[in-house]
Design a protein around this ligand. Structure first.
Ligand SMILES: [Zn+2]
Length: 310
C-alpha cells in the first residue's frame, strides 16, 4: 500500500481519483438496496412482505414483488413460506400507488378488500347477472339479487346439492354497489345501532361490492335466535345450512370471509353467513390451511393501494 501511494504521488491526482472510484464501486450492493427500502416506505404502507434489500430492484418495483417470476431475478432472496401455485397467484393490480378511495381493481377473483384497503365509489364489477334467472324464488326470496356470472354456476351447483341433502338455503344478499352499501349501512345504523358494525361495512369497504359474495339465510335461524324477523345472526353457524356450508363450500370455490377466530386479521366480526367465491383451488387451499382469504393475502401480497388519510 505504501509503495502504491508513493507511485500514486508520482502519477498525480488522476491516480488517486481512480483508486477512490475503484473503492466506491466495491461497496456492498445492499447500500443502494437500503436506500430503496427507505424510499419505498414513504410511498407504500408497511406490511409483511418479502425483503426488498436483496432484490436490488428500484423502489417502484418493490411494490409488486409477487407478480415477478419466483426466483428468476432474486437468487439471494429466501423463498416465500407459502408458495401459491400458478393458478391461484393473484393477477397484478395495475397501480398499487393509488389511493384506496380511487382504486378500480381488475376482474381478478382475489381482489383484497378490508377495512383498510377499500374500493373506489366508481368501481362496478363486470358481468353482473340477476340471480332470479338461475335460482327459484324460494332461494332468492324474491329479492333482486345480482352476482358476477363467474360465480353463478358454482353457486347453483352448491345450492342444488344442498337441497338434495334436504337443506333449504336462501340468499339474502349478493352484489351491493357503493351507494347500496351506503344505504345498507345507514339502515343498520338506524335499526340496530349497537350491531351496525357487526352487520355492515362502511361503503367502499365491503366485499359485496366485488359481486362475488353471497349472504346465506336459513329457515332455522328465527327459532334458534328466538326472533321472527331475524336475517343475520351469529347463530347461523348452528343452523343445518351453516354447518353444511362451513364443511362443504370450499368444494364449490366459496370461502368463509370472516371466520370467528380471524377478527384481529380481517377487522370484521364473525359472519358465518358470508361466503365469497374465489375459485375451487384457492378455496381448497384456504380450507386446508385453516385460514381466511384476507389472512392469506396480507401475508403474501403487497398492499393493493394506499389507505386514505383519516
Ligand atoms: Zn355479507
Amino acid at each position: 500500500m505504501h509503495r502504491l501511494l508513493r507511485t500514486g504521488r508520482r502519477l498525480g491526482p488522476f491516480f488517486l481519483l481512480a483508486i477512490l472510484f475503484l473503492l466506491a464501486s466495491c461497496a456492498p450492493a445492499t447500500t443502494s438496496g437500503v436506500i430503496a427500502v427507505v424510499d419505498s416506505a414513504t410511498t407504500v404502507t408497511p406490511i409483511a412482505r418479502p425483503p426488498v434489500v436483496a432484490t436490488g430492484l428500484p423502489p417502484t418495483a418493490t411494490t409488486a414483488p409477487t407478480s415477478l417470476p419466483t426466483g428468476s431475478s432474486t437468487p439471494t432472496a429466501a423463498p416465500p413460506t407459502m408458495i401459491p401455485t400458478a393458478t391461484i397467484t393473484p393477477s397484478p393490480t395495475p397501480d398499487r400507488n393509488t389511493l384506496c378511495s380511487q382504486r378500480i381493481p381488475d376482474n381478478s377473483l382475489l381482489t383484497i378488500v378490508t377495512l383498510t384497503y377499500g374500493l373506489s365509489r366508481d368501481y362496478e364489477p363486470a358481468g353482473l347477472v340477476e340471480l332470479s334467472g338461475y335460482l327459484p324464488i324460494d332461494v332468492t326470496l324474491g329479492y333482486p339479487t345480482q352476482l358476477r356470472r363467474v360465480a353463478v354456476t358454482p353457486l347453483v351447483d352448491m345450492i342444488t346439492d344442498m337441497q338434495a341433502a334436504g337443506l333449504q338455503p336462501s340468499i339474502i344478499s349478493g352484489y351491493r354497489s357503493y351507494s347500496a352499501q351506503a344505504i345498507a349501512r345507514q339502515k343498520w345504523l338506524e335499526k340496530e345501532p349497537e350491531r351496525a358494525n357487526i352487520l355492515s361495512a362502511p361503503p367502499g369497504f365491503s366485499e359485496h361490492q366485488l359481486g362475488t359474495v353471497v349472504d346465506f339465510g336459513s329457515p332455522e335461524l328465527p327459532e334458534i335466535v328466538g326472533q321472527e324477523d331475524i336475517e343475520f345472526h351469529t347463530y347461523f353457524y348452528k343452523t343445518s345450512e351453516g354447518v353444511w356450508l362451513l364443511e362443504n363450500a370450499h368444494k364449490y370455490g366459496f370461502t368463509l370471509s370472516y371466520p370467528f377466530e380471524a377478527f384481529d386479521i380481517t377487522g370484521f366480526f364473525y359472519e358465518p353467513w358470508h361466503f365469497r367465491y374465489v375459485g375451487v383451488e384457492m378455496a381448497a387451499h384456504l380450507h386446508e390451511q385453516g385460514i381466511s382469504l384476507t389472512e392469506h393475502q396480507l401475508a403474501t401480497e403487497p398492499p393493493p393501494c394506499i389507505p386514505d388519510p383519516e
